[in-house]
Design a protein around this ligand. Structure first.
Ligand code: ZN
Length: 74
């Protein structure tokens, strides 16, 4: 859904991305790893059926992988 630009449930293309880094409306979303380390999570919502997915940014994914021992090469 993040790259296909189509909803997997209803197959429409009316997708809106809500960045987790924006603190407006208190919609800030993230995964906290430690006191000072957290990864922003973006939400993508289908405006037709309401299906919602959450995506970690590529930069955040790099942090998560290193924290969980997946290595940078994967
Ligand atoms: Zn949909």
């Amino acid at each position: 859904m993040n790259t296909s630009k189509k909803c997997p449930k209803c197959d429409c293309s009316h997708l809106e991305k809500f960045s987790g880094s924006k603190s407006s409306h208190g919609s800030r979303s993230f995964i906290r790893l430690s006191l000072f380390t957290f990864v922003i999570v973006d939400k993508i919502v289908c405006m037709d059926c309401g299906h919602c997915e959450e995506w970690v940014s590529p930069r955040g994914l790099t942090i998560l992988r290193s924290k969980r021992g997946y290595g940078a090469s994967r």
